[in-house]
Design a protein around this ligand. Sequence first.
Ligand SMILES: Cc1ncc(COP(=O)(O)O)c(C=O)c1O
Length: 473
Amino acid sequence: MNPLERSPDEYRAVFQRITDLSLTLLNELRERPTFPQISGEQSLDRFQHPLPEQGFGQAALDDLQAVIDASRLPNPRFFGYVLGSGEPIAASADMLASVLNQNVTAWRSGPAAVVIEKTAVGWLAQALGCQEFVGSLTGGGSSANLMALAMARESRITANEKGVTVRGTLYASAQAHMSIPKAVALLGIGRQQLRLGPCDADHRIRLDLLRRALDEDRRAGLTPLAIVGSAGTVSTGSIDPLRDLATVAREAGAWFHVDGAFGALAAIARPELFDGLALADSISLDPHKWLYQPLDCGCVLYRDRDIARKTFSFTGDYAKSLLDDPLESFTFFDETIELSRRFRALKLWLSLRYHGFSAFRQAIQQDLQLAAELAQLIDAHPSLERLAPVPLSAVCFRFIPPAANLGATRLNELNLQLMNRLQRGGRVYLSNATLDGRFALRACIVNHRTTRADIEAVVEEVIKVGSEILAEA
Ligand SMILES: Cc1ncc(COP(=O)(O)O)c(C=O)c1O
């Protein structure tokens, strides 16, 4: 027998143990710290083991508890970054997806997987009011943005064969996510060709300045390739005026991409916030953020499959589909970056079918409501200052005790110190943003486990830790 083959009983024992560990973790999640009590050095000691020439068998599983204990868990008081909470029904499907090991390259490699992915993507498009869009699941918003901007480039200046020979420009706001400049660089356009325009007081792109930049570039003989709008900026959740951006893009002959990795899925609960979303040429969204899916599960939507194929299709003879049937000859690899692709759709499909779409809508509504309530708690507190509007579920604020009378630099230092101590303390986890030179604590609520008591804990902990730091000074 091949040494990798094991008996059904042995597999059952291993799967059962992993199931038990997962279920115990889920039961304990609320009581566990939001950050593990571990230093960098300790994490090396614990996991940097030598390559095992001989296997440990089931004893290898003994170390999984240590992995859990050293993990930053999807606790209800984790508010850092934009990270969904890992819905457990979806997580269970990931196990089956790995056992099935479908390679979602083409229908012939995974008939069920291809149809399920197309179905789940169709559901997402429909939920956003973009039913005429098609697309695929990606590793996340960054790869969705890269794919979208690759399509934008190819639709405007056909660079795939000869490279980028035309000087083209892209436009986004200064609040655009870092994956946008990264994509522009990777596509050979050059980051200097990306105009990151100023925002208004609500952190939305200034249309007047965008128009001016377009005019100046046109006079300089540059070709506008794409305008990128944000449907939820990473720092504050601000939503650019999408309908206006669509008009500006159309007038300029540019592709219109919407980066909705953080916010677009909130259109399920609050469609009126996203007016103009359906006018985009492409949209990025991230079910692993605000649809609570376990990583990874991003999505890119676009309206023109031919442009996707023009951009991504370089099929070698070994991969060409030799089937005639239009369904059976379908290939994802002709419209994506990846060839081998995991069965990401199974978890999404299962959890949507298990809970029903209305449960997700309610969960998003609850997150939005909790964010609004956190903003109210902050506004009502004399030692806290909110630093941005809260259109979605990111709340930016700082600790600013009135009696302490601190200058701008000291306030920034104090809040940085506060955030570091909060994160290590393990009771609530906040991340940060910099807004107009001010260091902000940032709580982002995209977690179906979070309750009112958890957001009250944000205020309590910030005041407690902030006061401790001041008392030590
Ligand atoms: C607005 C926005 N775009 C893109 C991304 C990148 O998404 P991912 O981390 O899934 O690559 C993020 C991540 O937070 C985001 O907030």
